[in-house]
Design a protein around this ligand. Structure first.
Ligand code: NDP
Ligand code: MG
Length: 386
């Protein structure tokens, strides 16, 4: 039985380190052949020494020497720079690329991996948000599977095993509601990034944690779901479920609903993407019904949390609108984390970008790069002039 060779883009992050936990627990199934980090050289070096990949990438060129020296007594190759991500995903021995980088920077390497016919385990939802049409079309042309890692999409994917996509009536994406569930605008005016970084159920990277607090994460997931499962916007619903046990649901055309459930632990959806179409027996903690005597559901408050409404608007509008939202959101989250803008200003700036950045109805790939640059510049300009 051949080992599955995996490239982990973003191995030092929250998803990346949990993917390595999965590989560590299943050494008979997987080999980490490529590991990459932006700038966390210390962790990348430790991972390289433990897993012995063919090559590592440290994107930040200032850290190249440090990594190179630390691995000088090993056969591990070291690369640096952003383009290196696009190069390493085409290595012939790779079976799968797990995209666990955060943000727009995932787009080019994902496209490169698809063209090289590598199966994609997709955590980097921003790639599908920005260019879902082009990426899914390219995957189809190359016969490449895009397997979801995001827990909600993994849930839907698991519910769809043995089903036909054309028999889906609608899907329900569940949302925890984040740390500010039930709060009003007055409360949100004054919240800090420390409060926003305290997610009730999940421990994740900073960007997605802020996105969860603002419901932008659910908005991005609505768009991600559209492309993964080829749905119309009116087939996608969001329901707030504070316990994060039901990870999402599919309703079929006979009215039957399937749900996937489990404890909130990303290792499960990560592992399912890696082992699909099989499952493996692991000692992950089991769900106990008596610990959760009530599972509750409530509507999402899209008036207070406008980002979710904007994501639905972007799907209605099509074109480059989701790319505009994504770029604006990446800028505002970074600025919010630096305490340069407030929580509600994030939505104001996103809205302003949607209204003012050039709309392109039928974008080609280069248009998405142009829109991304233009939106970032526009958003930063707004922030400077506040
Ligand atoms: P983290 O911030 O924890 O990790 C991001 C990883 O990407 C790190 O390895 C980081 O390197 C690297 N990275 C950051 N910026 C760049 C860049 N410009 N170029 C190349 N590499 C970069 O993020 P998460 O693991 O939380 O999230 C990763 C993706 O998975 C996101 O798209 C997120 O939406 C998605 N996701 C995450 C979930 C979670 O539970 N965390 C759940 C569902 C989806 P370094 O460490 O050196 O900075
Ligand atoms: Mg999710």
């Amino acid at each position: 039985n051949k080992l599955k060779n995996i490239a982990i883009l973003g191995s030092t992050g929250s998803i990346g380190t949990q993917a390595l936990d999965v590989i560590r627990a299943n050494p008979q199934l997987f080999k980490a052949e490529v590991l990459t980090a932006q700038s966390n050289a210390d962790l990348l070096i430790a991972q390289a020494l433990e897993f012995g990949p063919e090559v590592v990438v440290i994107v930040d060129e200032h850290k190249y020497q440090q990594v190179k020296e630390a691995l000088s007594n090993t056969p591990i190759k070291v690369k640096s720079g952003e383009e290196a991500l696009t190069e390493v995903v085409v290595l012939p021995q790779l079976d799968m690329v797990l995209t666990a980088v955060v943000g727009f920077c995932g787009l080019r390497p994902t496209i490169s991996a698809i063209k090289a016919r590598k199966t994609i385990a997709l955590a980097n939802k921003e790639t599908l948000v920005v260019a879902g049409d082009i990426v899914t079309q390219l995957a189809k042309e190359n016969g490449v599977d895009i397997l979801p890692v995001d827990s909600e999409h993994s849930a839907i994917f698991q519910c769809l095993v043995g089903e036909k996509l054309c028999e889906i009536e609608k899907i329900y994406l569940t949302a925890s509601g984040g740390p500010f569930r039930g709060k009003n605008i007055d409360f949100l005016k004054t919240v800090t990034h420390h409060q926003a970084l305290k997610h009730p159920n999940w421990s994740m990277g900073a960007k997605i944690t802020i996105d969860s607090a603002s419901l932008m994460n659910k908005g991005l997931e609505v768009i991600e779901a559209k492309w993964l499962f080829n749905l119309n916007v009116d087939q996608i619903d969001v329901i707030v479920h504070p316990q994060s046990i039901v990870h999402s649901l599919v309703q079929f055309n006979d009215g039957s609903i399937k749900a996937q459930m489990g404890l909130p632990d990303m290792k499960l959806p990560i592992q399912y993407a890696l082992t699909y179409p099989s499952r493996v027996n692991t000692d992950f903690k089991r769900f106990n019904f008596l610990d959760y005597p009530s599972l509750t559901f409530e509507p999402a408050d899209m008036n207070t949390f406008r980002n979710l409404a904007y994501a639905f608007d972007a799907l209605q509008k099509g074109g480059n609108m989701a790319c505009i939202i994504n770029a604006a959101n990446e800028v505002v989250v970074a600025e919010f984390l630096k305490e340069r803008i407030g929580f509600l200003q994030m939505s104001d700036i996103i809205e302003s970008c949607m209204l003012n950045v050039d709309f392109v109805e039928k974008p080609i790939l280069e248009d998405y790069f142009q829109t991304d640059r233009e939106t970032r510049a526009y958003a930063l300009d707004l922030i400077t002039n506040i």
